[in-house]
Design a protein around this ligand. Structure first.
Ligand SMILES: Cc1cc2nc3c(=O)[nH]c(=O)nc-3n(C[C@H](O)[C@H](O)[C@H](O)COP(=O)(O)OP(=O)(O)OC[C@H]3O[C@@H](n4cnc5c(N)ncnc54)[C@H](O)[C@@H]3O)c2cc1C
Length: 422
């Protein structure tokens, strides 16, 4: 067995969007960081849109801008959206959120997951204390009770770390091997994702229709030369497994017809452009985010229903808060695995993530209700929210990630420091 010559300070298992951002934030502080990821090195996408995309909130956008990661994105593949329309298929309730209502230019941004991973990887290459190793699948880990260090193994190679971070997604090996319980709980939904072309321009508006069988989101994608300006959307259609399996089996024309029937006339006739991929939605929540010398971030700590597009945004905030707490500990002369810093991280993130997970469960069950009084109430509620400016503003700010305990790096820089940013 070969032992790595340098004992690394911080070792992150998983270089997805969450692990990648955490690595950048820690290396910016001058800390020595190693990222191990089982997948090949991510490359900037070209041509057709990738199937897996994410909506990013304002807070996530500022995190990426403030770290310079945003500069590595291909601007022509990032789609901002300035409106969000949510309606109930089973009634007259509708809410239209607009960026101008909350004094912003955009409510969010849509981009491909692989695109963001590639930008993080490129930014990482500029940071001298960050070593990002691809194609390294971690098999085992163990903590040495005498030294307090974690030993992580992949095949015949061993790494040691003062702080081990699990950013290895929903099926986290780090979480499991550290003995932290984390679900899963079946949400009762599967999600189908695909790319479609629309006859009408999407108008930089994200749309979501709630149906009895589950929500359907149409997310505005970047303009593609073949499809024309603003005529590509990504869809996330969640629902009961039998219904989603039926949708996946349909031929492309019947699927497009079903889709259009569900959405109505907003975008005109639609055409399926891609394969249809289906993901079972299994919620998870780690019983604890930290242990001695160990922290979990992103999907390794929590997996929520994608209906409000918040999963990765919560993960990026986990990364920023953990990095902020480690920086605070360092300033006070304490190590990167300082138990007080880890406890503060858990306190600041776990409650907030749980709240979001519960809110998603609440929305899911509210819109599944067929009982007339509930349908009347939710439609009346939506119409009321739509007319009540301050309440609508509150919901819009939550969706944008404007929460009370934002880490400093997730906020716009002080006035004056913004000049020159794009
Ligand atoms: C259909 C769908 C739509 C979604 N839409 C949105 C959205 O619009 N907005 C949003 O915010 N969220 C969305 N989400 C959620 C979002 O995709 C996840 O929250 C996000 O991908 C989590 O990122 P992560 O970096 O924590 O984990 P992952 O993306 O799972 O990354 C984990 C990384 O760890 C690596 N890894 C795993 N195990 C090992 C190992 N043993 N050794 C080494 N490396 C390992 C993997 O290769 C991977 O790179 C959606 C989810 C689904 C299912």
């Amino acid at each position: 067995m070969t032992e790595q010559p340098d004992s690394q300070h911080i070792l992150i298992v998983g270089g997805g969007m969450t692990g990648g951002l955490l690595a950048v934030l820690l290396a910016e502080q001058g800390l020595t960081v190693t990222v191990l990821d089982g997948a090949p090195a991510p490359a900037l996408p070209q041509g057709k849109a990738q199937l897996r995309v994410s909506t990013l909130t304002e807070a996530s956008h500022w995190l990426l801008r403030n770290t310079g990661v945003w500069d590595y994105l291909d601007a022509s593949r990032v789609q901002p959206y300035s409106a969000m329309q949510v309606w109930d298929q089973d009634g007259t309730g509708e809410v239209l959120f607009q960026a101008e209502d909350v004094g912003a230019e955009s409510l969010g941004w849509l981009l491909e997951n692989g695109h963001l991973a590639a930008a993080l990887y490129q930014k990482a290459a500029t940071l001298p204390t960050l070593d990002w190793q691809c194609g390294v699948q971690v098999d085992a880990l163990r903590r040495d009770a005498d030294t307090g260090q974690w030993a992580v193994r992949s095949g015949d190679t061993l790494w040691q770390a003062d702080l081990l971070v699990g950013a290895d997604g929903a099926r986290s090996q780090v979480r499991e091997q550290a003995g932290i319980s984390g679900g899963p709980r079946d949400s009762g939904h599967h999600a189908l994702v695909a790319t479609i072309a629309t006859e009408q321009a999407h108008g930089a508006c994200a749309r979501q229709v709630f149906m009895e069988s589950g929500p359907l989101a149409l997310l505005p994608l970047f303009s593609d030369a073949e499809q024309g300006d603003q005529r590509q959307c990504s869809i996330v259609w969640s629902g009961w497994p039998e219904r989603i399996a039926e949708l996946r089996e349909k031929d492309a024309v019947s699927f497009a017809a079903e889709l259009q029937a569900a959405v109505g006339d907003a975008l005109g006739p639609v055409t399926l452009l891609s394969e249809r991929a289906v993901f079972p939605i299994q919620e998870r929540h780690a019983s604890q985010y930290v242990a001695a010398g160990l922290a979990l971030v992103g999907d390794a700590a929590h997996v929520i229903h994608p209906l409000a597009g918040q999963g990765v945004n919560l993960g990026l905030l986990d990364a920023a808060v953990l990095a902020e707490e480690i920086a605070r500990a360092s300033e006070q002369g304490r190590g990167c695995a300082d138990p007080a810093a880890l406890a503060r991280y858990q306190r600041r993130r776990r409650g907030e993530n749980l709240l979001m997970q519960n809110a998603m469960r609440g929305f899911q069950s509210l819109f599944e209700q067929r009982a007339m009084p509930v349908r009347w109430l939710r439609n009346t509620g939506m119409r009321w929210v739509n007319q009540a400016g301050p309440v609508k503003g509150f919901f819009a700010r939550q969706a944008m990630g404007r929460t009370t305990d934002l880490p400093a790096r997730a906020k716009p820089p002080a006035f004056g420091a913004r000049a020159g940013s794009r």
